[in-house]
Every structure is written in C-alpha cells, then in structure tokens.
Design a protein around this ligand. Structure first.
Ligand SMILES: *[C@@H]1O[C@H](CO)[C@@H](O)[C@H](O)[C@H]1NC(C)=O
Ligand SMILES: *[C@@H]1O[C@H](CO)[C@@H](O)[C@H](O)[C@H]1NC(C)=O
Ligand SMILES: *[C@@H]1O[C@H](CO)[C@@H](O)[C@H](O)[C@H]1NC(C)=O
Ligand SMILES: *[C@@H]1O[C@H](CO)[C@@H](O)[C@H](O)[C@H]1NC(C)=O
Ligand SMILES: *[C@@H]1O[C@H](CO)[C@@H](O)[C@H](O)[C@H]1NC(C)=O
Length: 411
C-alpha cells in the first residue's frame, strides 16, 4: 500500500513536471540563434505570428532565409497580406526531418495556419509535401479553390533548424511558398472601439462611465494598440453599484474605472495559465496599489480583490493586442472600499433587483482567502487549463481571423 502511494506520488510529480507551462518554446529565441533568418524572424514578430506560434504545441515553421525574404519583400505587400503569406509557412502538425523523409505514399497534405484562418477558400491554404526520389522533399501551396491543377512552384527542404519533438519543428525551405490567394490584398482588421463593442455586449453602463470621464477613456484607448485587457462589469452589476460609485470623489471614480484595465494583452488561455497578482491601469508607477489576483477556479476564471470576487462571464473582443471580457461584479479595490463590506457570494449575476442593503453588510470571512482545495487539485486544474489552452487559442485565432471583429465566446 505504502509502495503504491509512493509510486502514485512519483507519477504525480512526473506528470506535473512534464505538463505544458507558460515556459514553452519561443520561436523568436530559436531563430535569433540563426542570423540567416533574421528577416523572417523580424516579420514573425511584426505580424504577431510569433506569439501565436509560441502558444501552440505541435507545429512546424517553414523558415525562409534573408535572401528568400527579400524576394518576397520586393513585392511590397501590406502587412496584413504578408501575414497571410507567413501563415502559409506555419503548419499545424509536427514535421521533423525524419518524418519528411518517410511520408506514407510519398506525399502528405498539411494544413497551414492560413487555411485555418478561414480567409482561404476551398483547399487553398493546404501545403503539399512530397518526398521525391533521391531524398528530396518539396513543399508547395495547394492554391486552387476547386481542387484541380495545383501547379504553384515548389520550395525544397534545405535543413532542419530546430526540432523539439513534438512541440515545434523549424525547417528551412529554399524560398517562400507562393500562393495567389494568400498574396491577394488583405484588409487590416477593423480597429477595436472599446466602448462601442462594450455597448453591444451587456456592458453599456460601464462604457457610459468610461465615456463620461474623457481622461479615463483616453487611457483605455491608448492601450488598444499596445496591449490591453479590459474587464467590464455587466449592466446589472454596474446598476447595483451606482449608489456607491456616485459616492466616490472624482479622483476615486477615475481610479475605480482604471482598475478594470490590465495593460497587457491576454487571451483567456493566457489568463488561465498566468494566475497571480496583476497590476492595473490605476496602479501608480511601479507601485503596489490597485492590484488584484487572477485565479483559475475549476472551469472559471475569477478576479479577486480583498473586497469582491468577480467571475469572467464572456468575451466581448479578443483581437490581439486587445481583449475585453465581461465580469459579473464591479471590482472594488481595497484602496477605496472597506474590507468589511463583503458582498454575499453570488455565483450568478443578481437579477435586476438588488439584495437589501442590510444583507450586504454581513461579512463572510469564508470568502477571504482560505485555501479550500488541496495543492495537488489546484495543480491538476491548472494543468488541464494549460492543455486546453493550446486547443482553445487556436480556435480563437480562427474565429478572430474569420470575423476580424467581435468574437462571442462562452467561457
Ligand atoms: C513542450 O512544451 C511544453 C509546454 O510548453 C513544455 O512544458 C515542454 O517542456 C516542451 N517539451 C520540450 C521537450 O521542450
Ligand atoms: C522570446 O524570446 C525573445 C528573444 O530572446 C524575448 O525578447 C521574448 O520576450 C521571448 N518571449 C517570451 C514570450 O518569452
Ligand atoms: C503533391 O505533389 C506531388 C508531386 O509534386 C503530386 O504528384 C501530387 O499530386 C500532389 N498532391 C496534391 C494533393 O496536390
Ligand atoms: C469609440 O466610439 C465612441 C462612441 O461610442 C466615440 O466617442 C469614441 O471617440 C470612439 N473611440 C475611438 C478611439 O474611435
Ligand atoms: C457614502 O459615503 C458615506 C460617507 O463615507 C457613507 O456613510 C455611506 O454609507 C456611503 N453610501 C454608499 C451608498 O456607499
């Protein structure tokens, strides 16, 4: 029995250490060791494809050297078009050098991330990999919506640059893949208007509060291009909070609103795998004030201040570098509210009517921060989140790219 428990403990430790963490591969770092790919690397970063690649497991990057990239750049594509072309160079499966030389039937059709964006019609966006005689492997984009005559020129396998089975494989090919569909002019995604999108997703009151203080709105807007995650309380939550809000000084009102902005882009999966204290737009400089804790709680993601625990309910926008999520409560920082004003725990947003005042005064110490689950359980929950992260973030990419605007998601 004891032996079994010991084995179980060892297995648990092994599982825990081999599970995906936030420290996965880093394509920027991998390519930085090879100066001949510096241009390719630069454009992966510029198009933000590098973060997409880093968030995915089981992926193959077909890298093109600086000469190949300069032939591509000579065509003066816009950045969104260049992004589509580069998406074609990222295959959503693992192809190491060995697998490439052992393709069943001599060839394989691989799905690229361009195919996965939804921008590619029919079979375009797939890459035909063929293992020819004499060990030569060719890659060509299958670019025909109807499925016949795939006759785009091929690029040849040059060498394996880095293989981390089965996370990521980086392979050099002789030149960029060509595809008239990927090369077609692509529109840049419509810019996100925070307040407009909030209004459409049950956050009209919070949007109204942001718009009522121009300095606050400006602060949020200026984060839209540089990285921002906003947690907007749904209308019923803001409505019941209004008496308290009106009671705040002008300065405190600003801080309260800014407290709902986290100046870093986060997908839901990133939030799940990066639990911990976050600095908000209300935090002063390198200060430690106006922070809250993000915690994965089973399937839920909660935001905890010392006063309230809010739960993320849905996605308003997730368009890297900006994301907006709805939450079921207004976040009350301990800098502005007293700890005893703890609200009764409410898993679902209270329907329009508020609980009577008296009830709200009742403090519930159990909410404070008792470690209610064993560390092992917590670990498992986090690990599961990390695994589903890869699958979900890909789905998110699809959706984001397909609609290029608003994405409704169920948490
Ligand atoms: C594969 O990726 C996971 C998650 O990012 C990481 O934990 C693991 O160490 C990686 N495997 C290797 C061999 O690097
Ligand atoms: C990846 O590596 C680059 C260069 O070493 C570094 O600047 C960047 O912060 C890293 N990205 C992540 C997500 O760790
Ligand atoms: C892939 O390329 C090979 C050789 O170039 C060709 O024979 C084969 O028909 C192609 N497959 C597809 C699905 O296009
Ligand atoms: C977003 O829309 C609002 C109207 O709801 C407008 O006042 C504001 O200027 C817009 N913001 C940006 C950055 O365009
Ligand atoms: C408004 O502030 C006063 C004084 O600080 C306090 O007594 C009162 O309870 C507050 N009202 C609300 C609704 O928070």
């Amino acid at each position: 029995m004891k032996k079994m428990l010991f084995l179980l403990a060892v297995t648990t430790i092994l599982v825990v250490t081999s599970i995906p963490s936030s420290e996965g591969h880093n394509i920027t770092k991998i390519l930085a060791q090879h100066p001949e790919f510096s241009t390719f690397n630069h454009y992966l970063t510029l198009t933000r494809l590098s973060s997409v690649i880093n968030r995915r497991l089981t992926i193959t990057v077909l890298a093109v050297d600086n000469a190949g990239m300069s032939s591509l750049l000579d065509k003066h594509y816009t950045l969104p078009t260049l992004k589509n072309i580069l998406l074609l160079h990222v295959l959503v499966d693992y192809y190491g050098a060995k697998k490439l030389h052992q393709l069943t039937g001599g060839s394989s059709t691989a799905s690229s991330m361009f195919q996965a964006t939804g921008a590619a019609p029919g079979t375009s966006g797939y890459v035909n990999i063929s293992d020819h005689r004499a060990g030569k492997v060719s890659f060509s984009a299958i670019d025909d919506a109807e499925g016949d005559s795939p006759s785009t020129p091929s690029s040849m396998f040059v060498k394996s640059v880095k293989e981390i089975p089965y996370n990521i494989s980086v392979i050099q090919i002789s030149g960029p893949l060509t595809s008239p569909i990927a090369e077609a002019p692509a529109a840049a995604p419509a810019p996100v208007n925070l307040t407009e999108s909030m209004k459409k997703k049950d956050c009209a009151l919070f949007a109204g509060l942001l718009l009522s203080i121009p300095d606050v709105e400006k602060t949020f807007d200026s984060g839209v291009d540089g990285g921002l995650t906003v947690f907007c309380p749904i209308d019923s939550a803001v409505k019941s909070f209004m008496p308290k809000f009106k009671n705040l000084t002008a300065e405190a009102k600003q801080s309260l609103l800014l407290y709902h902005g986290y100046p870093v882009y986060n997908s839901l999966q990133m939030l799940k795998s990066n639990n911990g204290l976050v600095t908000t737009l209300a935090t002063e400089g390198a200060g430690k004030n106006y922070r809250f804790t993000i915690q994965t709680d089973g399937e839920d993601l909660t935001l905890k201040t010392k006063i309230v625990t809010a739960t993320i309910k849905g996605t308003v926008v997730d368009q890297d570098p900006c994301a907006v999520y709805t939450i079921d409560k207004v976040l009350e920082p301990s800098e502005l509210f007293k700890e005893k004003e703890v609200e009764p725990p409410a898993p679902e947003p209270a329907p329009a009517a508020d609980a009577p005042k008296g009830q709200k005064e009742a403090s519930s110490p159990a909410l404070a921060d008792g470690p209610d689950s064993a560390p092992a359980d917590e670990k498992t929950a986090d690990d599961n989140a990390a695994i589903s992260r890869t699958v979900l973030s890909f789905g998110r990419l699809l959706a984001a790219a397909a609609s290029a605007a608003l994405v409704v998601a169920v948490v």
